[in-house]
Design a protein around this ligand. Structure first.
Ligand code: SF4
Length: 389
């Protein structure tokens, strides 16, 4: 059972709409030097092809800012309409002023209030966003929290009879920094429907705390993600739990899985993980689902695992040809203990014989269809899938 989705304001980013009940969008970020146009374009395309629906690039130097128009031109000429977001810190106000074409072509600016250094720099960036009719993401990060605000909160806390723990003050400052910055942007003249908020931290429980607070206190769409989630399995699990917990509560409009790729791994892994998170929660479907049991001492061979693996690949191929089978669910189970039960909730089920059983069984739409010899199991399953499709 899913919680009711939090109602946020709708924000248009390029050709996409986020928040306001729209589906949850996957974002990713390049790790190339943006001034290297060839590598940046190539990585953006890889991320888009993997399923990223918005891509953020860093705009940190004059050369990077100068390269943005060419990057945008190549992408658009190749037919990629995916919104491209510029990530600005420290010198963002100067770069956006000096490179008006870059300001005009980017689909959104990400501004970190902790690295704008001065209020007037923040104001400059917001005014440029207004002039170019662009949305901004006010992205607070606890690693670069507004020091002045934190000091003020710490001083207030010190005066309390029972001061609160430092961690709580820090997290509350993260939340407050995002809210105050959004209010400032509105005062400067930015429309409410041009603001997205994020407040990234690197621990799962802290992430859930800050986003619950933001969800309670604001109506802006929220971009979810752990910052520095880490690498490998740890990064995947922490992101899945953190982002997944919030999505289950109906909180979150866009997500990014900030994985550090391990050597040999592609940058696109973060997009694959984001897709799996959304699919596991039943929020979006990117491919047909294959349910299979882990196997145990009752399985007589690895056959059901091999079939499950091959059928997954077969379905991924099929889905490239025709997207209308995204919702298809196939169950491939090791034996009769849980096979029939699981097959009841699948479109097509295959239950292989475990200890003491001789035949495999096929289920269609939850009903037993026929018994088959084990040697024919995969072939018959494929035929049934083809018929179903
Ligand atoms: S369905 Fe059968 S083979 Fe699979 S885990 Fe359960 S008991 Fe073991």
């Amino acid at each position: 059972m899913k919680a009711k989705k939090r109602k946020s304001l709708e924000v248009k980013i390029g050709n996409l709409k986020i928040g306001g009940g729209n589906e949850i969008i996957i974002q990713s970020m390049t790790d190339t030097d943006t001034s290297n146009i060839k590598d940046t374009v190539s990585q953006i395309i890889e991320l888009i092809e993997a399923g990223s629906e918005m891509v953020r690039i860093t705009v940190n130097t004059e050369e990077a800012a100068k390269s943005v128009p060419e990057i945008m031109k190549i992408l658009r000429d190749k037919g990629y309409r995916t919104p491209i977001i510029g990530d600005f810190h420290f010198n963002g106000h100067r770069l956006l002023m000096r490179y008006p074409e870059t300001a005009k072509l980017l689909d959104k600016y990400r501004i970190n209030p902790g690295t704008t250094l001065k209020d007037r720099n923040f104001e400059t960036m917001i005014k440029i966003a207004i002039d170019n009719n662009k949305p901004v993401r006010i992205g607070v990060n606890w690693g670069s929290i507004d020091k002045e605000l934190l000091t003020k909160k710490m001083n207030e806390n010190a005066k309390l009879k029972t001061p609160l723990p430092f961690k709580k003050i820090l997290l509350d400052t993260v939340v407050e920094s995002a809210i105050i910055s959004a209010e400032k942007a509105i005062e400067i003249g930015l429309e409410e429907s041009k603001i997205v908020l994020s407040a990234k931290v690197s621990e799962v429980d802290d992430l859930v705390y800050v986003y619950r607070e933001l969800a309670k206190k604001t109506k802006f769409p929220l971009h979810l993600g752990l910052t520095e989630a880490g690498m490998g399995l740890k990064g995947i699990i922490c992101s899945a739990i953190g982002i997944g917990s919030l999505l289950l509560e109906g909180i979150g409009d866009t997500i990014r899985v900030s994985l550090m790729p391990v050597p040999g791994e592609k940058r696109t892994k973060e997009v694959e993980v984001a897709k799996e998170i959304l699919q596991a929660l039943g929020l979006r479907n990117f491919k047909p689902s294959v349910v299979s049991c882990p196997g145990c001492g009752r399985t007589k061979s690895n056959l059901f695992r091999e079939i499950a693996y091959r059928i997954s690949e077969f379905l991924e191929q099929k889905i490239k040809e025709d997207k209308k089978f995204l919702n298809l669910k196939v169950a491939i189970m090791g034996c009769v203990v849980n096979g029939p039960g699981e097959s009841k909730f699948a479109d097509i089920g295959l239950c292989l014989p475990g200890t003491g059983e001789r035949k495999a069984a096929i289920y269609v739409k939850g009903k037993f269809k026929k018994s088959i010899d084990i040697e024919k199991a995969e072939e018959v399953l494929r035929q049934e899938i083809e018929k179903f499709l």
